[in-house]
Design a protein around this ligand. Structure first.
Ligand code: SF4
Length: 337
């Protein structure tokens, strides 16, 4: 079996937050809780969930921009859980990131040559080699190398995100974390950037961790998908299994909300009422029970195990795959006296 490039085991991140203005009361916010998964080299894993589910914190933990509270991260056979910033610098060659906002993530005062070339310069590449590599990656992402001495404001939003991708590619990394990489772009541009990422992933055998709140976007690029809710992975499956046979009620609600005709023909519309509970005060039992349309008394007290449904398929629910009430049924119930 191929060795995992990235292996995350029981990863947890808690933050201490002030509950009163004067800081007299403190509480623990559980952003990521006992998250485990492996990624094979060349795989794209999508992480999806609503805002506040912990997916961005998870990405930042893997990038080691945050220190975990518990659990471990292994990258390419090395335990990187507690590496210092200085020790991580060496690994920056192998792990790169593409951020959400192509407007604010690029320094407007620098030229594109300096922006894409900065990681190369940090690793001691010569000026001539930097120019050569910058031109090369600009071509890979569909930009004209003869525009490398312009500033980012001379480029459109989609082109700026291509600059961000070129910068991430410059050091020829093994893993790229894409955090909401297309969320700030128009829908038509999103598709171009997603196609570009898929092409690059294939051409270079890159491993991509793709984080988004948008399941339609995640589906476009991912081999496997992990669904997060309140800091935990509640279902992990191949893209095909997840869409053809979603097991967790939350996954089914998310899929039913994807605005794609081909999905709605096959899937019931599942209502998803209520707010996400506070991660400062998560509910006991199953974290989804306050919103789950099929919750039973047991769900409010017993946390379901994260169990293997089939090889490479995990789900955390006491009643996986059970039929859910549709919008039509729920509306009828509400109309009854
Ligand atoms: Fe719903 Fe219960 Fe499954 Fe949680 S364990 S998702 S509340 S059915």
């Amino acid at each position: 079996m191929t060795m995992a490039l990235l292996e995350v085991q029981d990863l947890t991140k808690e933050f201490v937050v002030e509950r009163s203005l004067l800081g007299a009361q403190r509480a623990t916010l559980r952003a990521v809780h006992n998250v485990s998964f492996k990624m094979a080299p060349g795989e794209t894993l999508g992480i999806v969930g609503e805002s506040g589910c912990g997916k961005t914190t998870l990405g930042r933990l893997i990038l080691r921009l945050l220190d975990p509270t518990g659990g471990s991260i292994r990258f390419d056979g090395q335990d990187i859980t507690h590496l210092s910033l200085r020790q991580m610098r060496g690994l920056r060659q192998d792990i790169q990131v593409v951020f959400q906002d192509p407007y604010s993530s690029l320094n407007p005062r620098l030229t594109v040559r300096a922006i894409i070339g900065e990681p190369l310069s940090n690793f001691g590449f010569s000026t001539a080699e930097i120019t050569r590599r910058v031109g090369e990656v600009m071509e890979v992402v569909g930009l004209q190398p003869d525009t490398m001495d312009r500033n980012p404001h001379a480029f459109s939003g989609g082109q700026r995100q291509r600059i961000g991708i070129a910068r991430a590619l410059a050091l020829r990394p093994k893993l790229i974390v894409c955090d909401e990489a297309v969320s700030a772009l128009d829908v038509s541009i999103q598709a171009q950037i997603l196609n570009l990422l898929a092409d690059i992933q294939q051409e270079f055998g890159l491993t991509l961790l793709f984080i988004s709140h948008n399941l339609g976007v995640i589906r476009h690029v991912s081999h496997r998908i992990a669904v997060m809710y309140l800091g935990e992975i509640v279902e992990l499956a191949t893209e095909r299994d997840l869409f053809e046979n979603p097991l967790h009620p939350y996954t089914r609600a998310l899929i039913s909300a994807v605005p794609e005709a081909d999905i709605h023909e096959r899937t019931e519309r599942v209502p998803l009422d209520g707010e996400i509970p506070s991660p400062v005060n998560p509910p006991p039992g199953c974290p989804f029970h306050t919103r789950c349309p099929i919750a039973r008394p047991r769900c409010g007290s017993d946390l379901p195990d994260y169990r293997e449904w089939s090889p490479r398929r995990m789900v955390r629910c006491h009643f996986p795959g059970e039929a859910l009430p549709t919008f039509a049924e729920t509306a009828t119930e509400r109309a009854l006296p």
